[in-house]
Design a binder for this molecule. Structure first.
Ligand code: DNO
Length: 353
């Protein structure tokens, strides 16, 4: 396992130096942020990102995300050009030594929450999703960090209608088409493509979402039978409903080498489709983080891991979910669990000789 940390480039208030000071940190997870969705990233900007990371002793082997243009997800308009651009981005990233690309196939909206700075009892703030508040939101007027904010309300309305009319099966067809186009390039470049599950893993605003549960992950993986076609297993996204057993999913997909990127986040399930993000430590939320780590370890997981969203603690302000302190605590906790598992395994091996 290689521990990594998400970094939003030069505009990120957290410096590469700070990231490099977190013990056991192997590299950053980043992207080129100043290029419109769907366009080709310049080789210079990719190389510069890598050099910046390397100059602090950090690798740049994971990209999150190369976003998928809505025309591809709807298979309309300029989708053929955007798919060619996507392939070119895979080639260019591979040239810079990237080994894993995270992406998602969520229509219009990326991760969705009702409040980004909900005050918890201990004074820290966290991202939360309260179903009844989300149900009252107007998707045409929403903009959350990480979303493509370039749509006008009219464009947004048209997009939402378009997804409602293709429905889940239409989205599956378009995903299959996209996968059949890009995976051969990923194989050629030896880059692992790792889809991120939908967050939350259920339809919102009447728009279909399909990367949501075990059946759909099975269906997704069966679209292309090659290990370069795999998953970002996000414990927090899939784990905000008790219908998904994260340790079981990790056990299943790590055993066949299809998890390339592990997002580790704990969540507190509030019931009836609501949840609060919590500190990584198991008893702070609903997930048994050690059990999940144990499953990765059991299968000799060699992929990348990162602490996912953190709370805001110790007075820090910044990008919701992506402050330094709580994510650094998360990274250390996860590295500590991993080191323990490694050493216990060593002990077991010795005692069995
Ligand atoms: C949330 C993230 C997601 C993720 C994309 C991957 O913080 O986990 O925004 O980066 O969905 O494509």
């Amino acid at each position: 396992m290689k521990m990594t940390f998400r970094w939003y480039g030069e505009s990120d208030p957290i410096s590469l130096e700070y990231i490099s000071q977190i013990p056991n940190m192997s590299g950053i997870v980043s992207a080129i942020y100043d290029v419109p969705v769907g366009e080709v990233w310049s080789q210079e900007s990719i190389d510069k990102l890598k050099e910046d990371a390397n100059s602090y002793g950090l690798e740049m082997e994971v990209i999150e995300s190369v976003p998928v243009h809505e025309d591809i997800k709807l298979r309309r308009g300029n989708y053929l050009t955007y798919i060619e651009n996507y392939k070119e981005n895979i080639r260019r990233l591979a040239k810079a030594g990237v080994k894993c690309i995270c992406y998602n196939f969520m229509p219009v909206f990326d991760w969705t929450r009702s409040v980004l700075d909900y005050k918890l009892e201990d004074g820290s703030t966290a991202l939360v999703y309260y179903k009844e508040d989300v149900d009252k939101l107007d998707p045409k007027k929403l903009a959350l960090p990480g979303w493509d904010a370039s749509y006008t309300p009219e464009e947004m309305s048209e997009l939402i209608d378009a997804y409602q009319s293709i429905g889940e099966e239409g989205l599956w067809n378009n995903l299959e088409y996209f996968i059949n186009e890009i995976i051969p390039v990923a194989i050629e470049c030896d880059v692992n493509m790792a889809i991120h599950p939908d967050d939350p893993p259920w339809p919102i605003f009447g728009i279909p979402r399909i990367i949501t549960n075990e059946d759909n992950l099975d269906r997704f993986l069966s679209l292309y039978n090659d290990k370069h076609h795999g998953l970002t297993l996000c414990s927090g996204s899939l784990g905000c409903t008790s219908d998904n057993d994260i340790a079981k999913l990790v056990d299943k997909y790590a055993s066949v080498g299809r998890i390339h990127f592990a997002h580790m986040r704990n969540v507190k399930i509030i019931g009836d489709g609501s949840f609060e993000e919590s500190a990584h430590y198991s008893s702070c939320g609903s997930l048994d983080m050690v059990d999940i780590m144990r499953k990765y370890h059991k299968h000799g997981f060699k992929g990348y891991m990162r602490p996912d969203h953190g709370r805001m603690i110790w007075g820090e302000t910044g990008k919701p979910g992506y402050g330094l302190y709580d994510r650094a605590l998360g990274a250390m906790y996860l590295s500590g669990v991993w080191e323990t598992l490694e050493k216990l395994e060593g002990d077991n091996n010795e005692s069995s000789v």
